[in-house]
Design a protein around this ligand. Sequence first.
Ligand SMILES: *Cc1c(COP(=O)(O)O)cnc(C)c1O
Length: 419
Amino acid sequence: MYNTSENGYFGNYGGKYLPEVLRGAVDELEAAFKKYMQDEQFLAELKTLQKDYIGRATPLMYAPKATELLGGAQIYIKLEGLANTGAHKINNAIGQVLLAKKMGKTRIIAETGAGQHGVATAAACAKLGIKCEVYMGEVDVRRQQPNVASMELYGATVHPVTTGSRTLKDAVNEAMRDWAANYSNTHYCLGSALGPAPFPDIVRTFQSIIGQEIKEQAKEKGLVIDSLVACVGGGSNASGMFAPFFDDTSVKLYGAEAGGTGPEAGHNASRMTGNAARDGIVQGYKSRFLLDEDGQVAQTSSISAGLDYAGISPQLAMLGMSGRIKFEAILDDEALNAVSFFAKNEGILMALESAHAAALAMKLAPSISKDKAIIINMSGRGDKDVFITSPVFRPQEWKEFLKSELHRLETNADVHSKY
Ligand SMILES: *Cc1c(COP(=O)(O)O)cnc(C)c1O
């Protein structure tokens, strides 16, 4: 009953609050999604890409040392970080880009904040041979150069957005403007389980492979699942992990959102647990948002770029308000601690986003009985965070490394310019 929206709504949340110029685009997309999700050929092609390109199924790994140290539930980790490109975002990108090709589109556009969705979309477009353009706030372009470099390597064009705060919400506005003008040949590949209908349904559907695999793998291993834990930015990895379990109330669902440096407004991205959150309609959908007194999207903060967002999936907002999903805010320091804990004890370097889920699981596990399992979704791997974690874990050495790199580049010692 929870799995699909009713006319785009999940209880009070969701909808498509769009200007008339975008109605045609979303209506066409909705019809195509319905059609191709029942098309054997489409589903077979998607399955092959999931297996041979993304590398699915990703493992469900037992974490024996963490289990012993925490002294409660058996801890298992779903390794989405082993998916090609290093995170779950590719599951959605490959699904939407394949759908767009079936629809006859010749151009893909996407928004990106930290750059992870831009990278996944650029990779999917390279794989499927379709032109890709990514809108990214100018501030983010400057902060996230490694991801800009990857997108360009995959052959995408990155458009820096210079309006507004020059960050993610401005990139979304530009992408919507482009889509409204060009949807006859262009698909807008939106990156999380939010935005106007039908995007929350589409993104959850393509990410649900995570939860479906967990169901099968848990059965094979004979696990009794007590809880599933995922981090929640926009809500795509959590929706994908949870969706096949929404109706199974014997399994508890936990969402970890960014608690940043503390509960004051502007210091976190706590849309479900913070007292600054309220209902709002922003960028085409109704959900819980962090808004200022004028109803404008408020400043947010988190050490993990992927959780630093003022809105949340309308479906997860509904399930959070009804109590089906329990949300907790995890502080930056707790996430950093979880990164070290799982790296040292299990040989797994988690993305800072995923480490929020891991930190929440570390709190929950001790009070769950030893014959039950708690499963953490490791949405991505932590290699991408080396520019954020190194200045924290080894500040002096990192500073010296950057200085010497700069010196090397400025003295042109061994720079290759042939490409
Ligand atoms: C983008 C991202 C997230 C947050 O996005 P959701 O839509 O909430 O899943 C979490 N983990 C990683 C590794 C990401 O790249």
